[in-house]
Ligand binder design. Structure first.
Ligand code: FO1
Length: 309
């Protein structure tokens, strides 16, 4: 069993590679702090991005939403004055309608994620990090921004001086997440944004403790190459957390949580400093431009885990 911790688009690519190797023995613990309400619908972007990606349904250009989806409903909504900067497609809307009605029936995000992945033929276990509401909020120029407002509407241009995962203290780790960590032969913190996708998962009471007790290899993949994020605001947010935006900075951020770190060949010079932290290092090409890249990188990580056992 491989258990991955994942956020949105970038991390979902590597999860797709792991799924190729282990379609029936992969668990994915997914960040839900990006969730939002849109027209009364509960949307879980990271859960949907991972599930759609593993179902080979996600948009090939941006990685979120559904390939070939249309936006007729959004067009009608905009005629009623509804803000439509968050582009929800018509087929995608069905997922949000289903999730919202099931939540209203009293089902949990975990139960609903299982029903959705089953409906889309995904055999991996997609697990929300918790079933309670957690909301990433970002402080900039004196005001608190909701996550999608910052990330999508404002194209993460704001200079952030504080990040909070509201509600995470009251969240509780679920039994399926604890089982997924306990049953794992290796744990993979994929190349998602550490501050926006991975730290919210680790902040759920019980998760970091379960990871620290795991007696199996725990491997992270750097989302930073050189001093730049592969995509998104990861580098800026690392610096906000007082971390160097570098592979070594990622190693320091994850020190104590991981035994191994996968870094890009451009960061080979950091290897000895990372190993000095007690973190074994795999240096390889970590940019995933094709599906074959995803499968290759995932295969290398599984071998790396074998060497760390
Ligand atoms: N990201 C965008 O940059 N623009 C969008 O309009 C957008 C719509 C959207 C709809 C559904 C969904 O599941 C994801 C969507 N995303 C969009 C991506 C999303 O904002 C991010 O991928 C995650 O929240 C961060 O990982």
């Amino acid at each position: 069993m491989i258990t991955a911790l994942c956020g949105g688009v970038g991390g979902a690519k590597l999860v797709h590679g792991l799924y190729h190797h282990q379609p029936d023995s992969l668990c994915v613990i997914v960040n839900t702090a990006d969730d939002l309400e849109f027209c009364g619908l509960h949307i879980s972007p990271d859960l949907d991005t991972v599930t759609y990606t593993l179902a080979d349904l996600s948009r090939r250009d941006v990685g979120w939403g559904l390939e070939g989806d249309t936006f007729q409903a959004l067009q009608m909504l905009s005629r009623y004055g509804v803000a439509t900067w968050f582009k929800v497609g018509d087929q995608d809307m069905a997922t949000h309608v289903y999730r919202t009605t099931q939540l209203q029936q009293g089902l949990t995000l975990t139960e609903i994620a299982r029903a959705i992945s089953r409906g889309l033929g995904v055999t991996a276990r997609i697990l929300p990090m918790c079933d309670q509401r957690v909301a990433t909020r970002l402080h900039a120029h004196g005001e608190w921004l909701d996550f999608q407002d910052y990330f999508v509407r404002r194209h993460y241009q704001d200079t952030i001086d504080e990040v909070r995962y509201e509600g995470v203290e009251e969240a509780r780790v679920t039994e399926p997440v604890l089982e997924a960590i306990a049953a794992a032969e290796a744990l993979v913190v994929v190349n998602s944004n550490p501050v926006l996708s991975i730290l919210p998962i680790l902040a759920v009471p019980g998760v970091a403790e379960a990871l620290s007790k795991a007696k199996v290899p725990r491997i992270a993949v750097s989302p930073i190459i050189g001093s730049r994020a592969i995509s998104g605001p990861a580098a800026d947010l690392m610096r906000l957390c007082g971390r160097e935006a570098s592979a070594l900075g990622v190693a320091r951020l994850y020190a104590g949580v991981v035994d191994g770190l996968v870094v890009d060949v451009q960061d080979a010079a950091d290897q000895s400093a990372i190993e000095a932290l007690g973190i074994r290092t795999l240096v390889t090409k970590i940019v995933m431009q094709t599906v074959a890249d995803r499968t290759r990188l995932a295969g290398e990580i599984l071998k790396f885990a074998g060497r760390l056992r």
